[in-house]
Design a protein around this ligand. Sequence first.
Ligand code: SF4
Ligand code: SF4
Length: 377
Amino acid sequence: MATVNNWQLKREMEYPLEDAKPKKQIAYVFDTNKCIACQTCTVACKTTWTSGRGEETIFFNNVETKPYGSYPLKWDVNLMKEMKDQVWDSKTGEYKGLTVFEATEEDGRIKGWRPEERDYAFPNIGEDEVLGTMEKGAFFNGIHDVWMFYLARICNHCSYPACLAACPRKAIYKREEDGIVLIDQSRCRGYRECVKACPYKKTFFNMVTRVSEKCIGCYPLIEQGQQPRCVTTCIGKIRMQGFLGQPDQIRKDNPLDMLVHVKKVALPLYPQFGTQPNVYYVPPIHVPKDFLYQMFGPNVDETIETYKNMKDDKELLAAFLLFGNTPYIIHSYQAFDTYTVGYNEKGDELVRVPYTETPFVRPYRDEKLATYRHNTP
Ligand code: SF4
Ligand code: SF4
């Protein structure tokens, strides 16, 4: 075991391998408030990467409805039951419980569980099911106790991957150039230790090839300076992919650093597992806080407050407006008076987005075509 620093937990922790930081770390921000569960991301990923034999139940990307949805079945609930006391220090924000690396199994292996075949049989379980029931005759008045939200999930390309640490064949590696975590298919022997150890259940066993597979972060696109398929196809424009700096190398002109480190408006999913995941979520603003504390850690209140007041913060608004507006990876950005601009690694302009779209009202009668627009009020 090595001692490594996990900034999400605000403390050092035990990890089975030495810390080996990549030159750049791939990272994502997902705004849960904008996801409509259209599953376009799921389909785009599936048709691109997992349409082969044995991949029928493999979803590198899935979108589940919380609180009842989960794929594979109960992936998070099962682990949390095992982990018991997941407490955070209310003053310092430090995690006082044990991570999956510290709360080991009796044989010293990483705390985890391996799903059964049937746990992969219900990818849309709980979809659109709400928690709570409406009184008869109730009507929507803007505030109510009935809730649900959509959680889009991919591999987190963790800084301390549990899948990698658990592999007895050393078939899993983290790329030095971008921090993407990959499985070497030729080394894998299908022991499924990664499936058991990944807290997010984002490695999958292929029943036909008898080896494991996982999200590859669309590395062929990343190598060409483009964002992954699940990001560029997102209908709700909830996603942005880029590279995240370590806390001691924050750049305020990097939109990912701005969202995660500077404004702290996006939080890791279940940081208490200890893998330092690199998908950051803007939590839903309408969900009971206890549920969110468990899922995103203790900083939910400040995060939601910052998010709600975004209109008064041009730097933050500018970063959010870049979501879904270019297929290319934005390395830096600048907030101008009336618009924001995203740049690539060389500093060339990629995209320019106004803060307010100019409305264009079409006339009722088009003189040139001599037609009427009957749907124009
Ligand atoms: S494409 Fe975007 S909006 Fe649609 S389900 Fe996926 S993350 Fe949500
Ligand atoms: S989310 Fe799971 S599969 Fe992905 S890097 Fe982390 S531990 Fe590995």
